[in-house]
Ligand binder design. Structure first.
Ligand code: PMM
Length: 267
């Protein structure tokens, strides 16, 4: 899944593709690099981000989805809002990628169920302006059981709202109300999340925990655009664990890693 952030302020690529022609051009380039799905987002979820108006979000994503759909791309909309999800599906999106797993908008799950779109339910505890103060998982005995329990609740809510079980994908939500250590624990404990019985999507691309892993001698995190080699190692391991998808910015690097992994497996 290649990321197209039509936002002025995403941490990894904010402002680079924040108008329709540039976003479409970027999406087409990601397809040429081997993306199977493009994830179109109009709201930055970086820690501390403020939310756009609904109208702004619609203006950002709908024209890009309409245009990329006309090129035959399989499209996902990265949104927490039912209204945006419905408009995106009408414009040609086949998937709704909701980082809030339905918690940010009480209408989301019923709206998605009515569209018949595939739904990605990510683990989430609160909006970006406060999520990094919500990293206490001690009530659950740790981040892995905590995410499994809370994602399990979202799963039940999806099914109760009528979302087709065949169309649900789960995501542990790396970096969302998680410390760097939590992200590593989740990657290590992904089997427990997979045991919920649904396909998994994982987004590690360019995230802060990789910057911290690769920090220089003074402790300065490695810049966002220089974290790819470490990410490629994760993509390969995630593929080997059987995850359904990886959400990535550098599709060429991830595709190359997967090609090598596949050739090795098939030999
Ligand atoms: N991460 C971001 C945005 N959307 N969606 C899913 N399903 N999983 C993620 O981990 C995820 C996401 C934040 O990254 P970005 O600002 O680079 O898009």
């Amino acid at each position: 899944m290649g990321v197209v952030n039509v936002t002025p302020d995403s941490f990894s690529d904010g402002g680079r593709y924040d108008d329709t022609p540039r976003a479409v051009e970027h999406g087409l380039a990601l397809l040429a690099d081997g993306a199977d799905i493009l994830d179109i987002g109009g709201e930055s979820t970086r820690p501390g981000a403020t939310r756009p108006l609904v109208a702004e979000e619609l203006d950002r994503v709908v024209p890009v989805i309409r245009e990329l759909a006309s090129h035959g791309a399989v499209l996902s909309v990265d949104t927490m809002r039912a209204e945006v999800a419905v408009a995106a599906v009408e414009a040609g999106a086949a998937m709704v990628n909701d980082v809030a797993g339905g918690l940010a908008d009480p209408d989301m799950l019923a709206a998605v169920a009515a569209t018949g779109a595939t739904y990605v339910a990510m683990h989430w505890r609160g909006h970006s302006d406060r999520m990094q103060s919500m990293t206490d998982y001690s009530d659950h005995g740790g981040v892995v059981p905590g995410v499994v329990a809370e994602l399990g609740e979202r799963l039940d809510a999806c099914l109760a709202a009528g979302v087709d079980a065949e169309r649900i994908v789960l995501d542990p939500g790396l970096g969302f109300a998680k410390t760097a250590e939590h992200n590593w624990e989740l990657l290590r404990g992904l089997d427990a999340v997979a045991a919920l019985g649904y396909p998994l999507l994982v987004g590690a691309s360019r995230k802060n925990f990789l910057g911290r892993l690769l920090a220089d001698a003074e402790g300065h995190p490695r810049p966002v655009d220089q974290r790819e080699s470490a990410h490629v190692a994760l993509v390969t391991m995630l593929a080997d664990q059987g995850v359904w998808g990886v959400r990535v910015h550098d599709v060429r690097a991830a595709s190359d890693a997967l090609a090598a992994w596949q050739a090795w497996r098939n030999a």
